[in-house]
Design a protein around this ligand. Structure first.
Ligand code: AMP
Ligand code: GLY
Length: 420
């Protein structure tokens, strides 16, 4: 009998390769119910807690075959690219339990206009908008309204398809890039009213009308201190977020997250997975900036470490639509991303990271080479700290960052500044 057949406990396949995936694998590894974790393709750090298999996150056929051959009990999908490729649809068709929405559900992330229309139909608070595929019409609309204008490319653009135009020149350039240039692909934009207030991330596990709220986090999207520089995939995060009081969280749940789950269910779109609300706290209360159809990165890396309930049981409860009240540590968790110099533009890969023997480290873009790690992406690692206060978590995180021998990497020193 192969060692696999005598493995006790559940077998899980986690799809993804970033820090989010490392944190999910870690959460599952802490579950006494899980006996075996595969990760496709994984990264350097994940090799320590899962069997990494070299299958691309968008290779639906291979992933379904792998899951089926190994008799996995559940597949957990990390990245949007897998959702977009129809991985959940393929797994459902093959009868394999999957945590992650189908392509139809993932449209809440992949199509800004779909998300906006859904919110309008169900009176969910968000910025007013109009969609355009014609440059002149879009420009005329923007000219008829107060600036700034928020211009969003309608499709997956890895966080780079949003321009907050302060001047008409900026607006015109953004519209030109998105509607006249073919760099983005098929051209369509959403022009939104500008909302003001601090942003926060509210991830909920959703299964039909059932919503299991996760702890609130805040991401830092700009590359440099003081929220300056280009937008990135996220340079740091922390959880919980003091300005999001229990009352505001309750309001966001009752006016946004639950109604969206209900809206999807009512419109016949089955949804099982994480629904990520990118929310903004305006004077009129929380409103939606965007939805994602998956765990946020890097928010997941500071939220899941605080979860004291069993992650496998949470996913399983969602699949079976059973209640599962979640317990959280009162600790703050704060994480600082170390990225390759040049990120988010061009940057070097293959940076020697040594043994990375430091506490609270998540691998984002690394691979293993013998007993050391090598960088394999723009965002390389996230180093976290915990504490009874946010200041303590921050001090611990920065102390851990100093332990990383980080030549060729840069990081922000002000993660959490909105709340510190
Ligand atoms: P998105 O990709 O939709 O999350 O947008 C990226 C960033 O652009 C957000 O995190 C916000 O900081 C900003 N943004 C997007 N939409 C708006 C809006 N309607 N008002 C103000 N800022 C926005
Ligand atoms: N942290 C933002 C995202 O995951 O898209």
């Amino acid at each position: 009998m192969s060692s696999e057949n005598i493995t006790r406990g559940k077998k899980v396949l986690v799809v993804g390769s970033g820090g989010r995936c490392h944190a999910i694998v870690d959460g599952l590894a802490r579950s006494p119910r899980v006996g075996k974790i595969f990760c496709a393709p994984g990264n350097g750090g994940i090799t320590e807690m899962a069997e990494c298999v070299d299958i691309s996150v968008t290779d639906v056929k291979e992933l379904v075959e792998f899951a089926s051959y190994h008799g996995v009990d559940m597949v957990v999908i990390g990245p949007e690219a897998s959702l977009e490729a129809g991985l959940a649809d393929g797994l459902i068709e093959a009868g394999i339990p999957v945590f992650g929405p189908t392509r139809a559900g993932a449209r809440i992330e992949s199509s800004k206009e779909f998300a906006k229309q859904l919110m309008m139909r169900h009176a969910i608070p968000t910025a007013g908008y109009q969609a355009f595929d014609d440059f002149d019409a879009a420009l005329a609309y923007i000219k008829s309204r107060p600036l700034p204008a928020v211009i969003k490319y309608d499709g997956l653009a890895a966080g780079k398809g949003v321009v907050v135009a302060i001047t008409m020149e900026e607006a015109e350039k953004a519209l030109g890039d998105m509607l006249l240039d073919s760099a983005f692909g098929q051209g369509r934009v959403v022009v939104e009213d500008f909302l003001e207030g601090p942003e926060f991330s509210f991830m909920c596990v959703v299964s039909g009308r059932k919503v299991y709220p996760l702890a609130i986090a805040q991401d830092h999207k700009r590359a440099f201190d003081g929220d300056k520089g280009p937008n990135t995939g996220g340079m740091g995060a922390y959880s919980p977020v003091p300005f999001v009081t229990p009352e505001i969280e309750h309001e966001a749940l009752e006016k946004i997250m639950q109604p969206v789950a209900d809206a999807l269910a009512e419109e016949g779109i089955p949804y099982t997975g994480v629904l990520y609300g990118g929310l903004i706290l305006t004077k009129e209360g929380p409103k939606v900036i965007e939805f994602n159809a998956r765990f946020g990165d890097p928010e997941t890396e500071v939220v899941l470490p605080r979860l004291e309930s069993d992650l496998y049981t949470l996913f399983e409860s969602a699949l079976e639509q059973k209640d599962y009240p979640l317990e959280w540590s009162d600790d703050y968790c704060l994480g600082v991303v170390l990225a390759a110099e040049g990120y988010p533009e061009s940057y070097a890969k293959g940076i020697n990271l040594g043994k990375l023997d430091i506490p609270g480290v998540w691998h984002m873009g690394t691979r293993r080479d013998g007993d050391r790690y090598i960088s394999a992406g723009g965002r390389v690692i996230m180093v976290t700290g915990r504490g009874a206060t946010l200041a303590e978590a921050n001090a611990n995180a920065l102390e851990n960052v100093a332990k990383a021998d980080a030549e060729g990497l840069f990081h922000r020193t002000d993660i959490g500044h909105h709340s510190l």
